[in-house]
Design a protein around this ligand. Structure first.
Ligand code: MSP
Length: 552
């Protein structure tokens, strides 16, 4: 496929290894996967990055409590994240770990440059510290939160001699940057939150720690820097550019286990700046303010968009370890086994907290969406159409004889607008909107069948050409819908496409031709053999209990 289209770089947060994957980490990674697959299908060169954040005191402490070295704990849990994301068919191009030698070397290089430019300096700091989040909060925030940390524990007053990043010096530049780039932080409500905090004035942020050792050491040659390790958040943010070898000092690219660039693929560095850093709302400040300031200090371009989604909650309550109501990997596995991985993906992608409000996970809601969109939706439409082609046309796609507009349905225009809306929504990271635009074609097929009643017409031999016309339109609309929906449900939509005699997407979501060509009306050749197959999404019984959590 020609790679003249602009590169698309999308990232997830890198997840802490003192925890196991759960619905939250899987959710953000699924969002990024869906966008990455769609962009690959559209023909854009894509780099999709996820990974693990492995340094810091929390990891050091968790490891010690289990009698492990921090690295051993990190190895164990990084593997869990990788396996969980692969199980959910996430097509990441690289899984970065902050303990990768290439990452560590580049973090040191960033520090060297920042110290040289004077943006990082040695100083003293005293303030309210959230031990769970490993971050300082301002006096105002501490008061607002009743001096409680994110996890409910008391905030502690801490004093440190540290290296600091001169964030205060970037206040004006950042304000101008926000003004000029209204789409930088999304959704809008999140942007307003950041703008509100600008008014409190920006304070310098510590970028080193001396209270523990599990971190990237400050470069040896820097005077007074021995015993200082890089603050976990600063180390972590740099992952977005170290994965592209942007700060590499060695001439040979050595980005961890990045697959070697194949011929025709753009160089890694050309993926910067990222189109989207997909994150959860609780880590917005680091991404929306500290990260662009660090990049400005390094004279590097800033990312296009920080997309901060909201939280999954469960049955109306925040999920927490103490309540024991986390949707853990065992629960995710149970749903995937009972309803398919793609049904889980569909629910996550269409019913999740992508916008500014939290989304409630409940079993009845899952079953309702599953039945409405999948079992009674595209699953049923595909089975009906395949059945009728088999029954009335011996399994060969009928010939519409050049007619594309029928019974008030201008099919080429419908297909075109579905592609255009899905593409534009995806470019704005409106995944639910993009998927709704694609699904609308399948809904049209239902309405068209109801309006034209091909099964009734088929009783009259003279009407068979019209039955053929209707079924061609239905099959072609479903082919296009499945092509557009493959980014959300890669396995099931591959199955639909194959039943209609079409080539499925490649494992990374790309096709041999871009969506703009594939989704043109008329791509389905009359005479193509179709296969009826088993039911795609068997109906779910809404009275049945939720599936029992099962170990992976
Ligand atoms: N390591 C930092 C991120 C560094 S990025 C440079 C971190 N890690 S984390 O393991 O705590 O992951 C946080 C992310 O997990 C959130 O930003 C969000 O993407 C996801 N989620 C965690 N809980 C969630 C929900 N309940 N709902 C949705 N997503 C949430 O913070």
């Amino acid at each position: 496929m020609p790679t003249t289209q602009p590169p698309y770089y999308i990232t997830t947060p890198i997840y802490y290894v003192n925890d196991r994957p759960h619905v939250g980490s899987c959710y953000t990674t699924l969002l990024a996967d869906c966008a990455a697959r769609f962009m690959r299908a559209a023909g854009r060169p894509v780099f999709f990055l996820t990974g693990t954040d492995e340094h810091g005191q929390k990891v050091e402490k968790s490891a010690a409590s289990r009698g492990l070295t921090p690295k051993a704990l990190a190895d164990e849990n990084a593997a869990h994240f990788k396996t969980a994301f692969q199980f959910l068919h996430c097509s990441f191009d690289h899984f970065i770990r902050t303990t990768d030698a290439a990452h560590e070397a580049q973090v040191q290089e960033a520090l060297r440059r920042l110290i040289k430019s004077g943006d990082v300096y040695l100083g003293t700091f005293e303030g309210w510290y959230d031990e769970g989040q490993e971050e300082y909060v301002t006096e105002n925030q501490a008061r607002e939160k009743n001096f409680k940390a994110f996890n409910g524990q008391p905030l502690v007053k801490a004093k440190e001699h540290n290296y600091y990043f001169r964030l205060s010096a970037f206040q004006k530049r950042l304000e101008e940057f926000f003004e000029k780039n209204p789409g930088f932080v999304r959704p809008e409500a999140r942007r307003n939150e950041v703008l509100g905090r600008f008014k409190e004035g920006l304070q310098d942020v510590p970028v080193s720690r001396t209270s523990f050792t599990w971190g990237v050491p400050f470069p040896k040659e820097i005077e007074g820097a021995d015993r200082h390790v890089t603050y976990v958040w600063i180390d972590a943010l740099f992952n977005y550019i170290t994965a592209l070898d942007l700060l590499s000092v060695s001439p040979a690219p050595g980005g961890g286990d990045v697959a070697p660039r194949q011929r025709g693929q753009p160089p890694l560095a050309s993926f910067w700046p990222a189109q989207v850093h997909a994150i959860g709302k609780e880590i917005l400040w680091f991404h929306a303010v500290i990260w662009p300031a660090l990049l400005m200090a390094l004279n590097l371009p800033t990312p296009h968009c920080i997309y901060a989604h909201s939280f999954w909650i469960r049955d109306g309550k925040k999920m927490s370890k103490s309540l024991g109501n986390f949707i853990d990997l065992e629960t995710i596995h149970a749903y995937c086994n009972a309803f398919s991985v793609d049904a889980w993906r569909w629910f996550m992608l269409t019913q999740g907290p992508i916008e500014a409000t939290d989304a409630d996970f409940s079993h009845p809601k899952f079953v309702e969406a599953y039945n409405a969109d999948l079992a009674n939706g595209i699953g049923n439409a595909s089975s009906r159409v395949l059945n009728m082609i088999e029954k009335y046309f011996a399994g060969a796609v009928p010939d519409p004889q050049g007619n594309s507009n029928h019974a008030g349905h201008d099919w080429p225009a419908l297909a075109q607008s579905s592609l255009a809306s899905a593409t534009s929504a995806m470019e704005h990271f409106d995944l639910a909107g993009a998927l709704a635009a694609a699904m609308s074609l399948s809904k049209r097929v239902d309405a068209y069948i109801v309006a034209t009643e091909p099964y009734r017409m088929a009783k009259d031999q003279a009407k068979m050409p019209e039955v053929g016309l209707v079924l061609y339109h239905c099959a072609e609309a479903l082919r296009i819908a499945a092509t557009l929906l493959a980014c959300a449900m890669p396995a099931k939509m591959s199955d639909v496409l194959q039943r209609f005699g079409q080539e499925p997407p490649r494992p990374d979501g790309s096709f041999s031709r871009p969506l703009s060509e594939l989704c043109k009306w008329g791509g389905l050749k009359p005479g193509t053999r179709v296969v009826k197959g088993e039911g795609l999404f068997p109906r779910a019984d809404s009275d049945a209990p939720p599936p029992t959590p099962t170990p992976p």
